[in-house]
Ligand binder design. Structure first.
Ligand code: AMP
Length: 282
């Protein structure tokens, strides 16, 4: 695997691939890789000649200094994992390579970045969009791979691609879960044993909410049920919401199950976790 920390050599390598009519798949990550990330790498490898993974903990998308400082960084192990997975190139720049000076560029995604993650993490999506736009310009991939785990982020990036006319196909891959249902996340390693056990309440709440909604129960009753469930598990619920998965408008009841998504964010101890579930798989 080729490893690049600077943009110039990465571009030179990719330019050479392009002249050979190769297709390029990009998997942007913040590292501390787990099987969720690996599923994206594997899908990209199936669909492209060359797979590039980026590992970069993007400071401007963090709205909490402690979260940024404590974000797990395991580059040596990640390199081994990517090598074993057959990834072709890794781009792991430092901050000075990505931001020569403090950036003032901001994105506004309208109602999409005012709710849920956008509401609770002000500036987060603008920071994500900026770094992803940089990666798209640097790598110029044919396809880019993201997880449903961050579905609102996927919608933000879809809007970015549409608005800026990036000629890139976006792929949203299913959420990979632990055996008990907990969505895999780099932040899970920060949970202690007790917190790890309690964290299962997020995915359980989503599944029970989905089942109850599909049986016709009102979402307000379901919300109350989830709030109680989180209190019992000593988990601090930030939101549980039903939304239209196309436009992220928040809903009180299900009109079109095929467009519904339930989303949850909660603190387990100090660790903020998110998860979501489509009302119906289609
Ligand atoms: P991150 O390193 O957390 O920024 O995630 C990088 C990419 O991996 C994003 O597109 C995430 O949505 C995706 N991802 C994270 N966790 C999972 C998971 N459990 N299953 C599938 N994709 C995931």
């Amino acid at each position: 695997m080729h490893i690049f920390v600077e943009i110039g050599p990465l571009k030179a390598y990719l330019k050479h691939q392009l002249t050979s009519h190769f297709s390029i798949g990009l998997v942007p990550t913040m590292g501390a890789l787990h099987n969720g990330h690996l599923s994206l790498i594997q899908t990209s490898k199936k669909e492209n000649h060359i797979t590039v993974c980026s590992i970069y903990v993007n400071p401007i998308q963090f709205n909490n200094a402690a979260d940024l400082e404590k974000y797990p960084r395991t580059l040596e192990q990640d390199i081994r994992v990517l090598q074993d997975a057959g990834c072709d190139a890794l781009f792991c720049p430092g901050n000075s390579e990505m931001y020569r000076e403090a950036t003032r560029l901001k994105f506004d995604f309208g109602s999409l970045d005012k709710v849920l993650e956008g509401e609770f993490r002000p500036g987060h999506f603008s920071g994500v969009a900026l770094v992803v736009a940089k990666f798209f310009n640097i790598v110029q991939p044919d396809r880019a791979y993201f997880g449903q785990k961050d579905f609102q982020q996927f919608k933000v990036i879809s809007t970015l691609v549409e608005e800026l006319k990036f000629d890139i196909q976006l792929i949203c891959a299913p959420i990979i879960r632990e055996h008990d249902g907990l969505a895999m996340s780099s932040r899970n390693v920060r949970l202690n044993t007790d917190e790890r056990t309690r964290a299962v309440v997020l995915s359980q709440s989503l599944r029970e909410s989905r089942d109850r909604l599909l049986k016709g129960e009102s979402f307000s009753a379901i919300k109350k049920f989830v709030m109680d469930k989180c209190i019992q598990s000593n988990v601090r619920l930030e939101y549980i919401a039903l939304a239209d998965r196309e436009n992220f408008s928040l809903l009180d009841n299900v009109r079109e199950p095929g467009r519904g998504i339930i989303l949850i964010a909660a603190y387990v101890g100090e660790i903020r976790l998110i998860d979501n579930l489509f009302l119906t798989e289609n």
